[in-house]
Design a binder for this molecule. Structure first.
Ligand code: SF4
Length: 266
């Protein structure tokens, strides 16, 4: 059951902009128990850590599902049947972790790696920098997003993350377990763990809907159009898989930007 399904059945599920809003709600409604579902990568993790170290209201607990980007990149670079020529490392994550966690990609795996922003010109320039490295045959780690990303990242944010969380192996939808890719609350903060507080055991859900090939799309093995469900039974209006649900999902973006597909779905 999804959170939306639960809401439709009467559960009190609220969408918040960030963890601060959840804390405000919990302070206002002391008689209710709140659990904040903390998702996202290194960009969003520090705000969860700030709230936890700042002594959140006693009726607020946390369901932690934060994941780390560099271990996922390592998994990609080690997939033998994937033909990768370079990495565009995510700009926003890099504002927090800096460039150091990517050092192995050029030095150990000989993979050109460029941290880039998300504007079209950032991405174009990032691609240009990767092509230049490939042409020169000199893979290295470069920073295109200099206006936001510093080599050392945000040490204060990293310190907070390390204070609150420990790194463990984590399951990724459709990809299996990636070593050292998930964050869990440290013993010191375990009192805020929603699992323990409410005695909830979260079992593994359905990773992939039948027929969905998201796991192949996200690693770049196939294009969305190679999925037999694309724009047939799986559309932005009626998504089947996660890649079509999220506005940032590959299938959703493909559907949105491929005018032929849009025409045939309408
Ligand atoms: S999200 Fe939809 S189109 Fe994309 S792989 Fe899954 S089923 Fe196919």
């Amino acid at each position: 059951m999804s959170l939306l399904d639960a809401k439709a059945e009467g559960a009190d599920v609220r969408v918040v902009y960030g963890v601060g809003d959840a804390a405000k709600m919990a302070k206002k409604e002391r008689s209710r128990e709140f659990s904040f579902f903390a998702v996202g990568f290194e960009t969003t993790t520090p705000s969860t850590a700030v709230e936890i170290t700042g002594k959140p209201p006693s009726n607020l607990s946390f369901l932690i599902s934060h994941r780390l980007i560099p271990p996922a990149m390592k998994m990609l670079v080690e997939m033998r049947d994937l033909s990768l020529n370079g990495f565009i490392a995510p700009g926003h994550v890099s504002t927090i972790i800096g460039l150091k966690p990517y050092e192995d990609f050029p030095s150990v795996y000989h993979m050109p790696t460029v941290v880039a922003g998300f504007e079209p010109l950032d991405l174009l320039f990032g691609i240009y920098m990767i092509l230049k490295q490939l042409k020169e045959g000199k893979p290295r780690l470069e920073n295109e997003y200099v206006r936001a990303v510093h080599w050392e990242g945000n040490p204060k944010a990293v310190e907070l993350m390390e204070e609150v969380f420990e790194v463990t192996d984590g399951n990724w939808r459709g990809l299996g377990t990636i070593p050292s890719s998930k964050l869990e609350l440290r013993e010191k903060y375990v009192t805020y763990d929603a699992h323990l507080r409410h005695d909830v055991k979260v079992e593994h859900g359905v990773d992939l809907q039948p027929g969905c090939r998201c796991h192949l799309v996200v690693v770049g093995k196939i294009k969305p159009t190679d999925c037999p469900l694309f724009m047939k039974t799986c559309t932005p209006q009626k998504p089947v898989g996660a890649c079509m649900v999220s506005a940032e999902g590959t299938c959703r973006i493909w559907a949105k930007t491929d005018s032929n597909q849009l025409r045939s779905s309408s």
